[in-house]
Design a protein around this ligand. Structure first.
Ligand code: TYD
Length: 202
């Protein structure tokens, strides 16, 4: 079972993933937690390139390809093998991020984005995706103290387009993507997430 978490920066995904992992492990499941871009050594090396502010000259298509190169390595080396063993994989971001950030945010044609994702995932689709919905103002306030990376400096309008992208995805695939109110307290949000899990797991 592959469960993925999406949302703009500062949406509280990581807390929800950690709570879900603890809950599923307490029920006896084997759970892997991975993040995108990253997790494998190659994908982490690609991540450092992607988030490095010095590479301000990176073209949108280079960015799209690098995110998907990191993804290809993670899918083939970690996610697929774990799923084949019948284990659960929780992913902090997956291909919906490419639609939202590179497609809507950067403005790359969605068919081009889709083609890259297809190569990276070889058709793997999450069983459920949880989108943590927060207003862009909360995201900006939560990241005010942080050192911003190359993606986070993209600006207000960029994040508005990313949110628009996530909303489009939620409407297009309502059975897979659950839109959650990310402003709810973490424990309340966890109960919302848990009640949407496939029956097999709850
Ligand atoms: P990260 O620090 O992991 O952000 P967060 O904690 O918000 O998940 O950095 C990942 C950044 O990369 C984030 O700004 C979203 C972006 N991203 C894309 O633009 N496209 C993608 O396909 C993925 C996986 C991430």
């Amino acid at each position: 079972m592959l469960l993925t978490f999406e949302g703009i920066d500062g949406s509280g995904k990581s807390t929800q993933i950690r709570l879900l992992k603890e809950h599923l492990e307490a029920k006896g499941h084997v759970v892997h937690l991975v993040r995108e871009p990253g997790h494998t050594s190659i994908s982490e090396a690609i991540r450092t390139i992607l988030l490095n502010k010095q590479f301000h000259d990176m073209t949108d298509r280079t960015e799209l390809l690098l995110f998907n190169a990191a993804r290809a390595q993670l899918v083939e080396r970690v996610i697929r093998p774990a799923l084949d063993r019948g284990e659960i994989v929780l992913c902090d971001r997956f291909y919906d991020s490419s639609f939202a950030y590179q497609g809507f945010g950067r403005g790359i044609d969605l068919d081009v984005v889709r083609a890259c994702i297809e190569i990276a995932t070889n058709g793997l689709v999450p069983h459920k995706t949880f989108y943590m919905r927060i207003p862009v103002e909360i995201s900006i306030a939560r990241s005010a103290e942080k050192h911003l990376d190359r993606m986070e400096i993209a600006g207000y309008d960029f994040f508005l387009r990313v949110i628009e992208g996530y909303e489009y995805l939620c409407k297009s695939e309502p059975h897979r993507i659950v839109s959650c109110d990310g402003t709810l307290p973490a424990d309340v949000l966890h109960r919302v997430v848990f009640q949407h899990l496939p029956q097999l797991l709850s």
